[in-house]
Write a protein that binds this ligand. Structure first.
Ligand code: ATP
Ligand code: MG
Length: 622
């Protein structure tokens, strides 16, 4: 590309003051007129937010206009008065972003040298901004070709495209941040569309908490982790409770200290039953044969303690029994807890301990409730459904590119969603470590609404367990080719440990100051000047920030194809605001909004949230 950054027709002003991070400019008065055209395209370059380029010897410096004002003495002269034509001398403050080596078109991060007083300032063309936005990402030291994704365009009215290298976006994890409606889900869909259309190889697991990505995943496998109403074409799955670890049970069941002892012992005993059934443990099984007479459990009352402990504490057995990943049969948990309600008798055996049974009653009731609860059925019920982990394993071994896990039906009660997502994260992390996924291909895990799942704990002061699987993936997943794309409304809710691991941030509109501060802190490239633009970004507009994008440029993300868009549009209120008279015209009715009936409108169905109510009689919902 041969770029001519200094087009005399685009000249807009002259440098008058230079500071380390900003430059002050006398703008030509004409720059303040809107609707100016150059070669048929609108010529911007004098308003806040516009990109400009400064002539600096062998470099062209890219800058952004932060502030435009009039000198104090001209402030009142700008008023339109009869017979008086204002002759303003506007001033602008610029924020320097980066440099282009003229002649070679090479983009350089940082400012190699500062402009001289009197240097000319030009409106940056869309091609130049696009070159800056793409160039860091496209640069290739080895000259190799890289997969690029067309994410969007420079906001210039003619759609000058911005292409970004896929590995720069994903290789060090990517966070998509922004207030509700900022465009995060649309950006995820766009990324998926572009990845799937490219020859890139990563396998993508999309965790869809709201079910909004059904269309995006058309033609790919969708797993449904829920109890009822499986959407057509989706496969119902469950998270088998064997994947819960001791700490998970302690948090979910919240036992009292005395109950906790029995719960721990019962889990260990059930694991022992499982281990004794394995090949290689025949002699241990024979030694404890008289303890194993009731199905699935260890009977302790009346049995000799020393024989039990000699088997239970042998190194090979203890290793497995105390390993939280060794499965056990949850359906026998209440029976085993009852068997643990024993005390030491004088003759070296165990004797019944009725008090312990009484103390354990609330715990037994909780476990029984879990087993029959519809909300918990994706973990403790749905026994006919396939294991989500078997399905993920299958996906790793087949040629498919995208696997969606739909959590829309998962209950919001009992922290079930957080627990389920953490279990999926934990399994993925352990899987990639053990199986060396690296030998095959990278995996991209996309988690939308991440603020609901990160920085969460289970349990109370007595026993607290962090749900930190994704935090661990953020810290160590990259080495195992497991990369994250997290989308969140509330960056301040993301643990700093996770945010600082994100190599690329795609930042949509962010209004909350605390959120903007968090983003500034997480990413050296976003300074206070650039952060000032975040509250005024339009839907779909985003600043791309990261180690491979040293200049925080904003681009307009393009929407994916119509049939792949997420079902995330808000209700179209105007479609409900039809005068009632329009449906059944009455001659005397004024053509205004009907206000009488308090009857609430039917809510739109989640599958088609923009649809107006089917019943014309429905009134305004609010
Ligand atoms: N790139 C875009 N171009 C044009 N319009 C967009 C773009 N992105 C989003 N929008 C508009 O904004 C609406 C909301 O977008 P989206 O659902 O992606 O926001 P979100 O940030 O995911 O919101 P939430 O946090 O509530 O999930 C879309 O329905 C669409 O109308
Ligand atoms: Mg969204």
């Amino acid at each position: 590309m041969n770029i001519a950054p200094f087009d005399p027709e685009r000249r807009i002003g002259t440098v008058t003051q230079v500071l380390p991070d900003s430059v002050f400019v006398n703008l030509d008065a004409v720059t303040q007129r809107t609707g100016r055209l150059l070669s048929g395209n609108s010529l911007r370059g004098g308003q806040v937010g516009d990109f400009v380029v400064l002539d600096c010897d062998s470099h062209a410096l890219l800058a952004r206009i932060l502030e435009v004002k009039l000198p104090e003495k001209e402030r009142l002269d700008i008023e339109q008065q009869l017979g008086h034509t204002p002759d303003p001398h506007p001033l602008a403050k610029l924020h320097l972003l980066g440099a282009l080596q003229t002649g070679t078109d090479k983009v350089i991060s940082g400012i190699p040298n500062y402009p001289a007083l009197g240097a000319s300032v030009f409106a940056a063309s869309a091609d130049l901004v696009s070159h800056f936005a793409s160039s860091f990402s496209l640069k290739s030291e080895d000259g190799a070709k890289h997969v690029t994704l067309r994410l969007g365009h420079v906001r210039d009215g003619v759609g000058t495209p911005v292409e970004i290298r896929a590995d720069h976006l994903f290789a060090r994890h990517c966070a998509i941040l922004g207030a509700t409606g900022g465009g995060k889900s649309t950006t995820i869909s766009r990324l998926l569309e572009q990845c799937l259309a490219s020859h890139m190889f990563p396998k993508i697991i999309l965790i869809d908490p709201t079910g909004e990505y059904a269309a995006t995943a058309t033609g790919h496998t969708s797993l449904f982790l829920g109890s009822t109403d499986v959407p057509s074409g989706e496969t119902q799955v469950r998270i088998p409770c064997e994947h819960l670890q001791d700490g998970d049970y302690l948090c979910i069941l919240a036992p009292s200290p005395t109950q906790r002892v029995r719960l721990n012992d019962a889990i260990h005993s059930l694991r022992l039953v499982e281990v004794l059934g394995r090949k290689g443990f025949e002699s241990e099984r024979a030694q404890l044969a008289s303890y194993l007479t009731a199905e699935g459990v260890i009977t302790k009352s009346g049995k000799t303690r020393s024989t039990f402990y000699s088997v239970r504490t042998a190194a090979a057995v203890a290793d497995l029994v105390e390993n939280p990943t060794t499965p056990f049969a949850f359906r026998y948990l209440t029976a085993q807890i009852m068997n643990e309600c024993v005390a030491d008798a004088d003759n070296g055996t165990w004797r019944p301990f009725p008090n312990a049974l009484e103390w354990s009653q609330p715990l037994l009731s909780k476990i029984n409730a879990l087993r029959v609860s519809a909300a918990w059925s994706p973990i403790f019920g749905n026994e006919g459904a396939a294991s989500v982990f078997n399905e993920i394993e299958k996906f790793f071994n087949n040629g498919e590119r995208l696997l969606r896990i739909n959590l829309a039906d998962l209950s919001f009660d009992f922290r079930l969603r957080e627990i389920a997502v953490n279990l999926i994260g934990r399994w993925l992390r352990e899987h990639v470590r053990d199986y060396k996924l690296k030998a095959d291909r990278p995996v991209l895990v996309v988690l939308d609404e991440a603020h609901n799942f990160l920085n969460r704990h289970l349990g109370d002061e007595d026993f607290k367990q962090p749900l930190d699987a994704f935090e661990k993936i953020a810290k160590e997943g990259r080495k195992f080719w497991l990369n994250l794309v997290l989308a969140t409304q509330q960056p301040r809710d993301i643990p700093p440990g996770i945010l600082s691991q994100m190599g690329t941030l795609v930042v949509h509109r962010l209004i909350n100051e605390a959120d903007r501060k968090v983003v500034e802190m997480a990413c050296g490239q976003l300074d206070a000047a650039a952060a000032k633009f975040l509250p005024s970004l339009a839907p779909g507009e985003a600043a791309i920030i990261g180690v491979d994008f040293p200049i925080p440029l904003t681009i307009q993300i393009e929407q994916p194809a119509q049939n792949l868009r997420p079902a995330s549009a808000g209700p179209q209120f105007t479609r409900w605001l039809q005068p009632k008279a329009a449906a059944t015209p009455k001659p005397a009715a004024p053509a205004t909004v009907a206000t009488s009936s308090p009857k609430p409108a039917k809510a739109p169905t989640p599958a088609n949230p923009t649809a107006p109510p089917a019943n014309d009689d429905d009134d305004i919902p609010f």
